[in-house]
Structures are given as structure tokens and as C-alpha cells.
Design a protein around this ligand. Sequence first.
Ligand code: 6PG
Length: 255
Amino acid sequence: MAWTQVFPDIEHLSLAAAERFIALAAEAIAARNRFTVSLAGGSTPRVLYSLLASPTFSGRVDWSRVAFFWGDERCVPPEDSRSNFRLANETMLARVPVPGEHIHRIRGESEPAAAAAEYERLLRQVLGDNGPDSPPTAGFDLTLLGMGDDGHTASLFPHTPPLDEQVRWATPNWSVETSTWRVTLTAPVLNASRQTLFLVSGSTKAERVWQVLEGPRDPHTLPAQLIQPPQGDVTWFVDQGAAARLTSVSLGAPS
Ligand code: 6PG
């Protein structure tokens, strides 16, 4: 099931996302004594991460039971300003009492293929699998994702081989836009998530958001369309700028 909610701006969007994070954390911890979260990179989640670490919200999460992962990482050292780990660490992780051993960053400083293989081994330990080439037996409790102006998500870029990956859970990919190697999770593990929340802000994304949500299915051109968990829910939190092209098709009741 997928549904879309529109907010006036990034602040209102992020406040709603923080409340959703807290609700899902409480639900997962009550049911399974842990809350596994795959974090989004880029700039959009910055406000959400800062809110979760703020006094208004941080006291409402049992951080001791939360485990953090990343949907993708730039192949740069963790202290590099481009690092998705650094973004989350500076805005949230260093400011909340989550145990260090629950923070599972992708080693951007390593050779991309080695970093991807190491991360996949970790994910298979944490999420479980039914054999070396099988999909996860269970996915993340919550996967946060962004969407680029070109319709990519994580580092699943248009017309790149990882879009068709059905065995590997993590793989390297080349970002033409930033001329950097990335490590990205692939559809098998992302689509095992119980809850997926896209956070998309800004008028530059309006055309793509409309194409992804209301246009024809073309995941090689619009990789965000790959995200269709068969057993999970996908929610799009968009601000008015990013929602400018959407019609009632997307904005009605949950489909
Ligand atoms: C990354 C992200 C990427 C991001 C989108 C949107 O490493 O950049 O994983 O998928 O979510 O590119 O980025 P913004 O939030 O900066 O617009």
C-alpha cells in the first residue's frame, strides 16, 4: 500500500516524519525488542535528524533498542563533508544515546566492492537470509529514502546495472553527477522493509515526483519506482513544491 501526504514546507514535513519515526520505533520495539532503520543520505533528511536529536523528540525514543544502517554511502572517508554517515552522525547520532555498536555505517573509505560485500555480510547477519543468494527473511523496520531530481533513490541511478540486481543486497555504483563511487542497497533488501518513507522537498523535484507516482512504470528511467515492498507500506512525505504536479490520483485515500 502506498500513500502520499503533502506538507506546506520541509519543516512541517520533517515534524511529521519525526512523529512517524517515534510511532514506528515504539511499535517495533514492543513487537520485536528492536527498531532497525535504514537512513537516507543527501540533504533533505537533515531537518528530520536534527529534530529527532532535539529535546522535544529525543526523550520519546528508546535509543538503546534502535539500530541504524544506511541505504547508500558515498565512497569517501566518514569525516568527508559528502559522507552520508557524517550527515547523520553530526545531526543526530552523536547527540542521542544510541549504543555505538548499533551504528552500522558503510565503510566509504574502503574499496567500493569490498565495502559492499562487507555490508552485505553484516545485513545478512542482522536481517537473516535463507542462503547466500536469497532475499532477506525480514527487512528493516523503517527505510528512509530521498529522491534525486533524476528520479534516483539511494544510489540506484537511472540505467545502471544495480537496478536489475536480484541477488546482491549491496553493490557499488558510479555516480556520474558527482563523479564518485557509491555503495548502494539494492531492490531485494530495500523492498523487504516493513515501512518505507520517502522524504522529498523542493519544486525542482515536482516533475519527477509526478512521473514516479502518476506516470507510466519505467523503473530503469525512474528508479524510485523500483521501491514497491510486496509486504510493506510506502509513504511519500512531500512538500508543496515537490507536490506541485500531483493530482487527486496520488493525493486521495491510501491506494
Ligand atoms: C545520496 C542519497 C540520495 C538522495 C537524493 C536526494 O547519497 O545522495 O542517498 O539518494 O536521497 O539524491 O538528495 P537531496 O535530499 O539532497 O535532494
